[in-house]
Ligand binder design. Sequence first.
Ligand SMILES: [Zn+2]
Length: 170
Amino acid sequence: MSHTLQIEVDPFLCATQEREISGELVYEKLQRIQGDIESSSDPIKANLQFSKVGKFVVLTGRISTNLVLQCVACLGSIEFPVDIEVKLAIINDVSQVNLLPDGYEPYLLDGERLSISEVVEDEVVIVLPDFARHEICPIDLPKNSASKDFSLEPDRKKNPFEVLKSLKKH
Ligand SMILES: [Zn+2]
């Protein structure tokens, strides 16, 4: 299963056909979040299903991947697993927001065609942290960014798993 998600579809036609879309989005093809993640990130996998709830076209399914982010403190890698349950109602006018079926988030369609990769990236953006940072950095911070009173030792013992994970990669 290595279909690309870089496709544009007519959501209303897809809903009528109850079309299912599965595929991957590799790092090189990312438009919006490429700058926020490391190139060693896994491809983003998505399995999405169009259908209708009442008058609304809805898109449900899952987006999952294992992203690699860069820690703002030590510049080391942070693994960031992503598993998103997608439950979107496609709207083309903000006035429809109040009429959405229960449990669905609005997705504003701009024009006639829906870009699947844009939907996927938009969903992933929501879960990305503004600044990625280890709870406890696995290596000593550069002296100029660490305060003299700051000690890593007590906290480090609490989280040996993080340390092991980062050691395994090197
Ligand atoms: Zn760090």
